[in-house]
Design a protein. Structure first.
Length: 166
């Protein structure tokens, strides 16, 4: 069994920034009629307060679901050794300054008129709490520990996990 380290405030913020920015794509989950609706989305930014920012089509089902229920779940998985689950609240805006700040050339795939596309909205997620799991020593050390475990029959768990509180 790995180590448990529950993180609060600044340490939680650093862990969220590290994992979300490295993994980048999450399952962005909203609720409709009590059921979870999920789709992959790329986080554009994790700010210094721990808010996660996304670009979205203002007419999407996701935006409509957020208008009905602002509770969301963000589920990140990076390979076999990095996981992050966040629960929070979503807020939709049409702030052109923030859109320009978050814009990148890949976004043109979805917003063909570019940064000034009238369909672009910004979703800001303010997390309440979450859970993370990561390796202590990186991928190679983790792999070597697992191989040693297989050969020796001892535990090779190199994980570190815990809750994240704001």
């Amino acid at each position: 069994m790995g180590d448990t380290k529950n993180l609060g405030q600044q340490k939680a913020l650093k862990e969220i920034q590290s994992l979300a920015e490295e993994i980048k794509t999450c399952m962005f989950c909203t609720y409709r009629a009590g059921k979870l609706k999920s789709r992959p989305m790329s986080v554009q930014q994790v700010d210094d307060e721990g808010n996660l920012w996304f670009l979205s089509d203002r007419n999407s089902d996701k935006n409509q679901e957020i208008k009905e229920d602002s509770n969301v779940e963000l589920l990140f998985a990076g390979g076999k050794e990095q996981y992050l689950a966040l629960h929070g609240n979503a807020e939709i805006s049409f702030d052109k300054t923030k859109i320009k700040e978050l814009w990148n050339p890949i976004a043109k795939v979805w917003f063909t008129e570019g940064v000034d596309d009238p369909a672009i909205s910004v979703i800001k997620i303010t997390y309440d709490d979450g859970y993370y799991w990561d390796t202590k020593h990186g991928h190679m050390v983790s792999l070597l520990k697992m191989l040693k475990s297989l050969v020796t029959g001892t535990s090779g768990d190199d994980g570190i996990e815990g809750s994240l509180k704001k």
